[in-house]
Design a protein around this ligand. Structure first.
Ligand SMILES: Nc1nc2c(ncn2[C@@H]2O[C@H](COP(=O)(O)OP(=O)(O)O)[C@@H](O)[C@H]2O)c(=O)[nH]1
Ligand SMILES: Nc1ncnc2c1ncn2[C@@H]1O[C@H](COP(=O)(O)OP(=O)(O)O)[C@@H](O)[C@H]1O
Length: 209
């Protein structure tokens, strides 16, 4: 039975674990596509252009917006981030699901877009703010000043929790991953997402016994 592609939105305050969860989900289902965002933020050590992000200049970023090539875009922590529209539309047509790691502004814009009916949105919470800070420090990628900034922004991000279809408290990583898999499995089985279901049932009814 054919199925339309889903847009799976993962948001969380920085450090709650969405990058880790996204990676695990894609290992579980290699057919799941990842929406590689464009960003004006400089690459971190180990980040690969075209794989983690498309690292672009501000001019290139603006040109993409002008050309209507962004499904959504927003300013986060003083840098610009956006989801290129093209790969998402191709995936949708081919019935493949796409995972988005975007902030609440991205979530709102994708939900409000023409593709909004295909969105499944999940918000990831840390078990506590002290654990959030511990994770940011343990990740070892940001200076004290940057971590301070991320912690200050975390409450504002968390305040958008109720806009999401699902909210997961990422305490035990394996448990959270299992819940994410369950969400995806169930959402894929929804009646309104199964293209050939009507025809299948019609065939059943017309079958000779
Ligand atoms: N709106 C929007 N937000 C994005 C996009 N890409 C990444 N973000 C968000 O930008 C924030 C900062 O991301 P990043 O610089 O990779 O740092 P992180 O917080 O460690 O993941 C996170 O909340 C991401 O979810 C995008 O294309 N659009
Ligand atoms: N459930 C968890 N328990 C303990 N540590 C975690 C958990 N989930 C993620 N982490 C760790 O916390 C840090 C931040 O996770 P990350 O996925 O980079 O967050 P985000 O993408 O939301 O900024 C990483 O070092 C990651 O290994």
């Amino acid at each position: 039975m054919d199925r339309t592609g889903l847009l799976i939105i993962l948001s969380s305050p920085s450090g709650a674990g969405k990058t880790t969860l996204a990676r695990r989900l894609m290992e579980w289902d290699p057919a799941l596509g990842f929406s590689v965002s464009a960003t004006t933020r400089p690459p971190r050590a180990g980040e690969v252009d075209g794989q983690h992000y498309h690292f672009t200049s501000l001019e290139e970023f603006r040109a993409m917006i002008e050309a209507d090539q962004m499904l959504e875009h927003a300013e986060v922590f003083g840098n610009f981030y956006g989801s290129p529209r093209g790969p998402v539309e191709i995936a949708m047509r081919e019935g493949r699901d796409t995972l988005f790691d975007v902030d609440w502004q991205g979530g709102q814009q994708i939900r409000a877009s023409a593709l909004g009916g295909h969105v499944v949105s999940i918000f990831v919470l840390p078990p506590s703010l002290s654990e959030l800070e511990r994770r940011l420090r343990a990740r070892g990628q940001d200076s004290d000043k940057v971590i301070e900034g991320r912690m200050e922004k975390s409450r504002a991000e968390i305040s958008h929790w109720a806009e999401y279809d699902y909210v997961l408290v990422n305490d035990d990583l394996d448990e959270t991953e299992a819940r994410l898999r369950a969400i995806l499995t169930a959402e894929r089985l929804r009646r309104d997402r199964m293209g050939g279901l009507g025809a299948f049932v019609k065939g059943l009814m017309e079958e000779d016994r």
